[in-house]
Design a binder for this molecule. Structure first.
Ligand code: PDD
Length: 286
């Protein structure tokens, strides 16, 4: 932790060590808030409009008014990004329902708390990209509004730890026999040269990288089909990928301790990954 890192709290830029909030903040007491993680390439936020639209959707989902318009968010994010040493960053932003006497029901007339920080973007290593990563599997036991990006992440935290305990990168989840997502990423599979992606319903987060992956796949001439994916189809797929803002797209090559999909990233992954890197390089160079 770097105490001098400049962060944003309620409209102010200040050192991390000075950014303080009340213990009665509903984010702390109830996990009553929403968040976004926006990757920044060459100091330019990637798909910012899409992230801000999803933020609005999450805020609507928890019935909290957006404290800023999209242009204002963009300005605040640019100001934060400008104060960091690295060109490639990951902006974390969260909005909570604010500080109030503890009572589950919404407080009246309370100002939301806005916190943002931007850290160096830590992408998968070259080895992880070239060799793929390990995942474990589990039954999805989270709530039924996984489409909202809320800070109440205990279900996801426990799932991620299940993977960490076994030295794996992620926990891939299934609900009632169908693939949902992983603890902090979406999951896509490839069968017969087609990408199969679970529908963006209430059981998964509508990933911005999922959408980018769809675009890159289609641009690379790879069919992309959105439909429920059964556990059997996932476990016998030709390829399995993770997608997220901080993982980009990553191949799964070990599943529950056994080699998966031949134990190497597949040909469809390599095409889509190459497309992703080309787009990223053009952003970094712009
Ligand atoms: N997580 N599903 C879940 C449960 C996630 O937490 C995330 C992202 C995704 C992928 O969404 P996107 O492509 O928009 O990043 C899917 C972020 C990175 C996090 O919590 O750190």
């Amino acid at each position: 932790m770097n105490a001098d890192q400049v962060v944003h709290l309620n409209g102010e830029l200040l050192p991390l060590a000075d950014a303080k909030i009340s213990v009665l903040d509903r984010g702390f007491i109830y996990g009553d808030g929403v968040y976004e993680v926006v990757p920044v390439y060459g100091r330019k936020p990637f798909r910012l409009r899409e992230h801000l639209a999803r933020l609005q959707r999450s805020l609507d989902g928890i019935r909290l008014a957006n404290p800023h318009g999209a242009d204002e968010w963009a300005r605040l994010i640019d100001a934060l990004v400008a104060r960091q040493p690295c060109d490639d960053q990951a902006v974390y932003l969260q909005v909570t329902r604010g500080v109030a006497k503890r009572d589950h029901a919404f407080p009246a007339g309370v100002t939301p708390t806005v916190f943002m920080m931007s850290n160096p973007l830590v992408l998968p290593t070259r080895e992880q990209v070239e060799r793929g990563v390990a995942v474990v599997t589990a039954e999805d036991n989270r709530w039924h509004r996984c489409d909202l990006k809320t800070t109440s992440l205990l279900g996801n935290v426990l799932m991620r730890q299940l993977a960490a305990d076994q030295g794996a990168a992620e926990t891939v989840m299934f609900r009632d026999g169908f693939l949902t997502e992983a603890s902090a990423s979406n999951v896509l599979v490839v069968r017969g040269g087609r990408v199969l992606a679970p529908p963006k319903d209430h059981l998964i987060l509508p990933g911005i990288t999922y959408d980018a992956t769809q675009e890159f796949a289609e641009r690379a001439g790879v069919p992309f089909e959105i439909r429920p994916v059964s556990r059997d189809e996932a476990l016998t797929a030709d390829e399995m990928w993770l997608s997220s803002s901080t993982k980009e797209v990553l191949a799964v090559t070990t599943l529950d301790g056994r080699p998966f999909a031949g134990g190497v990233p597949g040909p469809v992954f390599r095409r889509v990954h190459a497309e992703f890197q080309a787009v990223k390089r053009s952003l970094q160079a712009a």
